[in-house]
Every structure is written in structure tokens, then in C-alpha cells.
Design a protein around this ligand. Sequence first.
Ligand SMILES: Cc1ncc(COP(=O)(O)O)c(C=O)c1O
Length: 388
Amino acid sequence: MGCQFDQFIDRRNTQSQKWDGVLEMFGEENLIPMWIADMDFRPPQEVVEAVTKRAAHGIYGYVCRPKDYVDVIRKWLRERHGWEIEPEWLTHSPGVVPGLALAIWSLTEPGDKIVIQPPVYPPFARVITINDREKVENPLIFKDGRFTMDFEDLEKHFQAGAKVLMLCSPHNPVGRVWDEGELKQLQDLVVKYDVTVLSDEIWADLVLPGFRHRPVASISEEMSQRTLTFMAPSKTFNIAGLYISNIIIPNAELREKFCGQLQRLNLTHINLFGMVASDAAYRCGADWLDQLLDYLTDNVEYVCQELPRITDKIKVVRSEGTYVLWLDCRGLGLPAEELNQFFIDEAGIVFNDGLAFGESGRGYQRMNIGCPRSIIKEALTRLAKALK
Ligand SMILES: Cc1ncc(COP(=O)(O)O)c(C=O)c1O
């Protein structure tokens, strides 16, 4: 039997933003969509079955959590991340980005400074500025072949009054899984300046062999008391369209403020199919996830080996987690503003444009490798032709 992840599943005409959205946006067929971060894989079979069974029941009224759902999440966090949480710390929102926005609303005032670490997932900047807060940039630095945090610069921002840090851990798009040393250094600054951390850990489960994700709140009691952790089954099990996320807030005062905002907006209800899928995924999806991680590891290896054979003008930043690869395309010598269209016009591939991740993404593109290897092979073949 072939590997389940090798199977090509046609996603066209399924309301898929990744596939159908491309057709709408560029009016072209046959572009390979390697942009928005979902995968071209089915979730674990148990998830498909649970959703199908619930759909067949035919009544889709208001929803409550399964009695032991909290225990399922606690077990997952304990076993996969060595993090022990209390049941009352857990709440939900319809997606991680809405959760970040709710946290901004409930914990900060218009004009407050919020630090981000670009190049970073574009909604971080957007959700700050659109809500009239001030975005403060603490760009990552590239050192010894990998991106790291600039702690000196970060301290200056805290000294200048920034009271909130939006952390991306693991980091999209550079693929870093922050190690314990880095998180401890971060902790020292956070505690010294009494900063609140909005830690987006949506990629927590997608860590490649040899690396370990540490929830920043699990580093110490002091860090736990200052951190809101945003997690979700969406990236892990490829169910982003079902809009459910898990938010963990150990500090009672912060939790009350956050939940108060949820209540003011009447966002305390949970989507039925999100709940059903999430429950089945965390209960039954561990083996599937391990197989997925092996497959993604091989995809990363494949690109890291094959791309240099095609060109020395595009350099892959080796990822430690996520299923996106950060490509340094500066060697192509094209204006950064034209890069994304170049890949569309010349190679028929849609990447995410590096500039969307901040000025420090200039000259980069983000490639989604959460797809069967045959798609990556086809993309690299097209790329080779385009660069001839
Ligand atoms: C770092 C990060 N946070 C949040 C999201 C999206 O979260 P949601 O769809 O739950 O709002 C993504 C999706 O790519 C992401 O990379």
C-alpha cells in the first residue's frame, strides 16, 4: 500500500481558498498553489468518520463541549509538550487570529505599543494596526545559517514602554522552533519589564525530528502568569476551515479580561463540526501526526537537496518546524515587488510574497510543502524550466 500522503486529492471546486481562490485571483488554471497554509492531505480517518457520522445525524443545534474534552486536551499537552495545565485555564475562540484580536482588545488600549518579530505571519501586524495599537518591530536576525531573536533590540522596546509581545512559536515563516535557551533569555526580559506575552503556538505540533517545542508558558511560573497561549487543531490536523482554537490562560485576572471580551461579543459558542473534529483529532490523531511529520521531513529534505541542483540563486532556509519553507530569492536579482508575479508568470507557481511578512521579507518567498511530493516535484520541474 502506498503512503496516504502521496495520494493526490483534487481540491478544485471544494471552496478551497488555496486552490479555487487562485483561479479567482489570477484567472488562470494550472497554477500550483503553494501559498496559504493548509495542506492537501485528509485529516486522520477518525476525524473524517466522526464528522461524517455527526453530519448524518441531521440536527445541528447549539453545542457543548464533550464532558472529558478538557482531559483530552490536557493529555495531549502533557504527552506531546510536557505541559501540565489546569482545566479552568482553557477557553476557546473561533480561530487563533480572532483570539489575538480579542486579547488586544481586552488587555491593551488604543495607542499601546505591541512588539512583533518580523518577518512574521502578516495578520500579526494587521491585527495591531487595524485596532489602533502601535506596531513595534523587533526583526529577527540571520546568524550562522538560522534566524534568531535580537534580544538587545527587544530590551530597548520594552524600555521604551512596550508592554505586550506577540510571539510566534514555532515561527512562521522562518521555521524556527525556539530552544530552551532562547525562551529563557526571553523570559528574563519579559519578567524584568513585566510584559504580557500573546504566544501564538498554532504550529506547536508540527515540529520536525530532532527539535522540541516548548510552550513558553511552561518555562516557569513567572512566564506562565504573563502568557496567553493560542493553540489549535487546525494546522496540526488540517482542519482550518472548521474554526476552533484552544486558548490557555493560567493567570486568573488575564483570563477574566479575555473571557469578558468573548462574552461582550457573544463569541462563547463553539462551532459544532469544529468541536467534533477537534475532539476526534486529539483523541485518535497521534499516530497519523507522527506519520505526517515523517512525510513533511522528507519533503523538506527533498527541497533542500533538489533546489540547489536547479539553481544557486534561491537559497532554502532549513526549517525546524511548520510546513512552510522560507526561500531567499535575492540571488535572482529581481526587484522584490516583482518576485511573486515572476514565479506565477514564468513557473506557474503561487508562493506567498515575502514582502507581506514585513520589510525584512524583502527578496523572500514562502513555499508551502504540505502536499504530496509529486506536486513539489512538478513545481521544481517548472522552476528549472523557468530559470533556464
Ligand atoms: C502563526 C499563525 N497564526 C495563526 C494562523 C491562523 O489561525 P486561524 O486560522 O485560527 O485564525 C496561522 C495560519 O497560517 C499562522 O501561521
